[in-house]
Ligand binder design. Structure first.
Ligand code: SAM
Length: 281
């Protein structure tokens, strides 16, 4: 009998993955954590019944949320990751040799069990001396820290449970508070075809703190429902209008290896279909 993991994010629309080998399943103080092997996507990590990341397609998501803002900024030295317990985002951000990374994750159990059962995601990032790992609520951290960041990457769960506070205007104002002038905030912002309200809400709420709010996109197969959107917020309106040739120079200078994002795709990912533009109101 094949065991199936069936996602519970949407009552009327779901995806299933075979659990060929169950590696870990338990409740932390905060979330229900499952890690299993799947023939097509490799190791899969789920929180509270929702697929968070898989070995098969994580690089799409992590490269788009790490390299697009860091290379658009052009002189990032301090990067803050909110969430990101699997370590994949830290791995990509630390590819930039001049960058110090602070990672603020609410659930220690996610970090520990992903380091053990999903080691390819972090690939040593948790032992990197340029990483400062803080276990606390990201919403509290941005209101209290005296550190300042050039780029803030919100690699959160969906706006349910502990992640809900990371989609509020107060949290975005807290991000603005600890951002350097002209800095950039990017967010995991859901799949608009099945989560349209996330685009409208974030557009309004980010707009209360930032002069330039937009989205960019990529398709991550196990975030079902088509294109995923990434929120983009900054006061520097020029940063998302860099040309492919300007970006080529920056990607080359950074010397980073990627499997998905290219300078041309980076530039193109800000071009949005009407279905998403119509939600930005
Ligand atoms: N890529 C995934 C997605 O798009 O759904 C997110 C992956 S990452 C594992 C999400 C992380 O956010 C989890 O480790 C979770 O514990 C963390 N998280 C949720 N709420 C948080 C909060 N308020 N502060 C800090 N981390 C939080």
């Amino acid at each position: 009998m094949t065991d199936w993991f069936v996602e519970t994010l949407h009552p009327e629309f779901s995806q299933g993955l075979t659990m060929d080998t169950l590696l870990y399943r338990d409740k932390s103080d905060i979330q229900d954590l499952v890690i299993f092997e799947n023939e097509r996507f490799g190791r899969v990590m789920c929180l509270d019944g929702v697929v968070q990341t898989t070995e098969g397609d994580e690089f799409v998501y992590h490269e788009m949320l790490a390299h697009v803002p860091i290379l658009a900024h052009g002189n990032a030295r301090n990067v803050l990751i909110i969430g990101g317990g699997d370590g994949g985002m830290a791995r990509e951000a630390l590819k930039h040799q001049n960058v110090q990374v602070t990672m603020v994750e609410i659930d220690r159990a996610v970090v520990d069990f992903c380091a053990e059962h999903l080691p390819n995601h972090s690939a040593g990032a948790f032992d990197n001396p340029r990483l400062d790992l803080v276990i606390t609520d990201g919403a509290k951290f941005v209101q209290e820290t005296d550190k300042r960041f050039d780029v803030i990457i919100v690699d959160s769960t969906d706006p349910i449970g502990p992640g809900a506070v990371l989609f509020t205007a107060e949290f975005y104002a807290g991000c603005k508070r600890c951002l350097t002038d002209g800095g950039i905030v990017v967010t995991q912002n859901g799949v608009p075809f099945v989560q349209p309200e996330e685009v409208t809400n974030s557009f309004q709420r980010l707009g209360e703190s930032f002069a330039d709010v937009h989205f960019y996109r990529a398709a991550v197969p196990t975030y079902q429902g088509g294109d995923m959107t990434f929120g983009w917020a900054t006061d520097n309106k020029d940063l998302r209008h860099l040309t492919a040739s300007e970006l080529e120079a920056r990607y080359a200078a950074a010397g980073i290896e990627t499997r998905y994002v290219t300078p041309a795709f980076h530039a193109a990912s800000f071009a949005l279909p009407k279905t998403i533009l119509d939600l930005m109101r």
